[in-house]
Design a binder for this molecule. Structure first.
Ligand code: MIC
Ligand code: SF4
Length: 644
């Protein structure tokens, strides 16, 4: 039986387990990436492991999220990460060099290699045939130390592309169509593989837009074949030697098949407040808009920017609209400047932002109250923009640019004929903002620079045999990590300070939660389905750990968050009968007994609701390794135990 492309890469990297969907496998990791909002913790964890130099083929640290520097905190974190990198063998991409996923695709990604990154949009690398997976910071730290990365062996979904995109219909519309069909939880436990004749018609940046936003499906990752187009892209980045042709075997067997005829797609938008709330522009109608933001790791490539500049050239942004543009990397910005496209954007009235995440993570450019904002980003969760009642629509750069001019949601196909936008034969290459590490012999000369905002990792304890604790919070379906541990300009600077950042835990849902949880000492959270979707931030597990949360009982989990809970030593449990969710109220006292044995051996355990006087069952869908980790009180404790 033939293999799919993802299966081939997994097979080449398999360290433990069998490639049977649903079972745990361990894979060897060739490359890692971190960004600064998750990086400080990841490097503190790496230091705690005591490995002198990274053991990967390539590890890169990017500074792209917290570049606002409204106080000393972010600048201190940048300095800390920079010095750690220099010492321990990691390449350091300085602030201003661009968004991690865009730069990694340009300068470091290699077809057929494995990459994990402490950012959920790491699957961007799938655009050049990498097996690129988003993970928690601790998993990335372990991989840097040469440790195995464990995942549930995914099912493989084939997305068969036929036809070619109509003029002004974009790669963004392809992934929005996949989201419309599969939903934000449709990809959990799956890898999405793109195949078919239509693949050839898509450039690398277009493929990367699609794999990037595959994160919103909850998928483990998404991947395109590595072909002639990939070769051209790598050649234009002066990295031809990194090219290998890769595709699935003709007789590969897939678990699911989806067919998309690119020719039939129309411009789409994800409406508030979920990336799968997708409608066609025609369905939404001529809606007046207040703001347009173009950029983010989904749509900030040179190709995207050249299209935007073409649309804006010689025109003026509508007087009621604020347009901001953040090119994805220094390379993109530089090339826009050299060819005059940047000037076309500035002339039209665009507010040019630094090459960084910026408004995508709520670092500035929050819309006005109730404001309607069109964004080329990948997430439109409630409150993420920094304006609680902001109405965020996710669209293609083409749609965003044309609407910025008209002041209303506008179908880009009204632009008429589309010129051929081609990628350059050679990109402008200057890696002077990527600082290489010092040699191993010189590592002792490098001092690690720590600012006062960097606080140690919260302590987790070995599992108690009996836990009796109250529910400190009950939440509904589709809770995102932006609900659990919000980001934005005020809170992001606290990413290295767990006690402080914990004061904002669940602030979007219930501002009183942190105080209540601390007063209870230990507690349990109850949630609905797809709990923890979205970002990979392990802070969404570390803050609850600091606040004394012992277990999270929900209808279902998102992949990365569940792994982060286990790493933190918090028990992730799901209801055997979902109807029990309705019977539990916030402040009910729940009791677990005999945990030390049952965590290691049982698939289902009985929990008593002491307040209401009934018992219910919860499922422990865990591998043996995860069970041991929970018993030890998390990954760090477990690693210490097994290395004794
Ligand atoms: C995001 O898009 O939510 C982020 C910010 O990039 C996160 C990482 C983080 O919270 O630091 C992600 O996607 O993992
Ligand atoms: Fe940055 Fe936004 Fe991409 Fe996250 S989704 S990495 S915040 S640009």
């Amino acid at each position: 039986m033939g293999l799919t492309l993802a299966q081939k890469i997994i097979k080449n990297h398999l360290v433990s387990g069998e490639m049977i969907a649903g079972s745990e496998i361990g894979i060897k990791i060739d490359q890692t990436l971190t960004q600064d909002a998750t990086g400080t913790m990841a490097y503190l964890e790496f230091e705690a492991m005591g490995v002198p130099r990274v053991k990967t083929e390539r590890s890169v640290a990017y500074i792209d999220h917290n570049t606002l520097q409204s106080g000393f905190e972010n600048a201190d974190d940048h300095r800390f990460i920079g010095s750690i990198c220099k010492k321990h063998g990691i390449y350091f991409s300085r602030p201003g060099n661009g968004i991690c996923h865009q730069v990694h695709l340009e300068r470091f990604g290699i077809p057929g290699k494995t990459l994990i990154g402490s950012d959920s949009h790491t699957p961007t690398g799938g655009g050049i045939g990498m097996l690129a997976i988003g993970a928690g910071g601790m998993d990335v730290a372990v991989a840097m130390g040469g440790g195995t990365y464990y995942i549930t062996c995914p099912k493989i979904v084939k997305v068969e592309l036929t036809g070619s995109l109509s003029p002004w219909v974009a790669a963004k519309d392809v992934i929005l169509e996949v989201l419309r069909r599969m939903s934000v939880k449709g990809g959990v436990g799956k890898i999405i593989e793109y195949t078919g004749e239509g693949v050839k018609t898509l450039s690398v940046p277009e493929r990367a837009t699609i794999t990037n936003m595959g994160a919103e499906l909850g998928a483990t990752t998404s991947i395109f074949p590595s072909d002639e187009t990939t070769c051209q892209f790598l050649k234009a980045q002066a990295r031809e030697e990194d090219y290998t042709p890769l595709c699935a075997d003709p007789d590969a067997v897939y678990d699911e098949v989806i067919e998309i005829n690119l020719s039939e797609l129309v411009p789409l938008a994800a409406c508030p407040h979920s990336p799968d709330n997708v409608k066609s522009v025609a369905e939404i109608g001529e809606m007046k808009i207040d703001q347009v933001c173009i950029g983010s790791c989904t749509n900030s490539s040179l190709l995207d920017m050249l299209k935007v500049a073409y649309i804006l050239k010689g025109k003026t942004v509508h007087p009621d609209v604020s347009l901001s543009i953040a090119p994805g990397s220094k390379q993109v910005l530089n090339m826009l400047a050299a060819c005059g496209a940047l000037s076309d954007m500035i002339d039209a009235g665009a507010r040019i932002l630094e090459s960084a995440c910026g408004p995508c993570i709520g670092m500035g450019q929050s819309p006005n109250s109730g404001g309607i904002s069109l964004r080329t980003f990948n997430r439109n969760f409630e409150g993420r923009s920094g304006t609680k009642d902001g109405q965020i629509y996710l669209v293609s750069p083409e749609l965003a640019a044309v609407s910025a001019l008209s002041g209303v949601l506008t179908d880009p196909r009204t632009l008429g004929e589309m010129p051929d936008f081609e990628l350059p034969e050679i990109f402008t290459i200057n890696d002077n903002m990527i600082v290489p590490p010092v040699s191993e012999e010189d590592m002792d000369t490098v001092e690690v620079l720590r600012g006062p905002n960097i606080k140690p990792f919260p302590v987790s304890e070995a599992l108690a045999d009996e836990i009796s604790a109250k529910c400190s919070l009950k939440v509904c379906d589709n809770i995102t990590t932006d609900h659990i541990m919000p980001a934005g300009a005020k809170i992001l600077p606290l990413r290295s300070n767990i006690p402080k950042i914990s004061e904002y835990c669940f602030a979007v849902c219930d501002e009183a939660f942190p105080k209540r949880a601390l007063e209870l000492g230990k507690s349990i959270i109850i949630g609905g389905s797809n709990y923890g979707q979205g970002s990979s931030r392990e802070h969404a597990a570390l803050a609850p750990l600091y606040l004394g949360v012992k277990a999270v009982i929900v209808k279902s989990f998102a992949r990365i968050h569940m792994a982060n809970l286990i790493n933190a030593g918090i028990m992730p449990m799901t209801f055997v009968n979902e109807s029990d969710y309705d019977k539990i109220e916030q402040s009910d006292e729940l009791k677990f007994t005999n945990l030390k044995t049952s965590i290691l051996t049982e698939n289902e355990i009985v929990v008593s609701n002491i307040t209401k006087g009934f018992d219910f069952k919860v499922k422990l869908d865990l591998s043996d390794r995860q069970r041991q980790m929970l018993k030890a009180g998390g990954l760090l404790n477990y690693t210490r135990e097994i290395s004794k």
